[in-house]
Design a protein around this ligand. Sequence first.
Ligand code: NAP
Length: 297
Amino acid sequence: MSAQRIDGKAIAENLRGRIGAAVGALEKAHGKTPGLAVVLVGEDAASQVYVRNKGIATKEAGMTSLEFRLPADTPEAVLLDKVRTLNADAAVNGILVQFPVPDQISQQRVIDTIDPAKDVDGLNPLNAGRLVSGLDALTPCTPLGSVILAKETLKDLTGKHAVVIGRSNLVGKPVAQLLLKENCTVTMAHSRTADLPAICRSADILVAAVGIPEIVKGDWVKPGACVIDVGINRIDAPEKGEGKTRLVGDVDFAAAEAVAAHITPVPGGVGPMTIACLLRNTLTAFCRQNGFVEVEV
Ligand code: NAP
């Protein structure tokens, strides 16, 4: 048996289309469009690509994209002032500071300074706490995208045993909370978990968010499971030529594909969902800030 590949690119495109339609309808009704501000500190090449792609997707969805680029030696106080200015700007509905930030800046202080109502990355402790409490919250984008993929694939997740490998605030913990909200029975695994392969083998839904290339082997996967691979790892690919690299996930895709019923590829699985969910959060934040009825997309 070969698993069905979950087409994150197509699902994300579809979601972005629905968001664009909702933005158009809201503009027609209220004469306003959502605004997303992205702040980049420094010259990190990968971050520049992410920020550019976010800007393009924001405009494609009919939203206003504001980009702020600050030099790598920006003092923390200057960045925090920038965030406070954006907090106070009514035309800005969502704020995203691209991480990582240079060493002189505390990532946590940046997260703490963003107005929770505009925290479209969902990392502010207020949003994290609201998610745990089962209240409306802006939710981190990659976890949200991962769970949407599982729901699009399996429809009802009720009663499934979900194993989440990884317990970061950015991915593992919010994924677990979202799966709990979908009535899964959730097990969280991490670097100190005893007999990880056995725990993974009991998973109907296996989410890997570790950051170790292909750590999840084929025989860790329960036959018929749904595998969501969040990992993005660049490894050497001498078969493509000297100095060449390729992207792999945290799951040994070829081996797991032979056992699972559904699996996300890397690239083309969870990755495209992250920007789509950023737009979704910006739309949600815009509706809440303006007192508009929230659009289900
Ligand atoms: P992270 O903060 O480094 O967390 C990694 C987690 O994996 C930790 O909880 C760690 O456990 C656990 N872990 C490490 N080694 C392990 C092992 N041998 N066995 C079991 N668990 C182990 O990473 P992250 O930010 O959550 O990201 C995880 C992966 O997702 C990375 O590959 C990252 O590139 C990718 N990612 C993708 C997207 C996307 O858009 N698709 C977005 C964000 C992240 P401890 O807590 O015990 O140390």
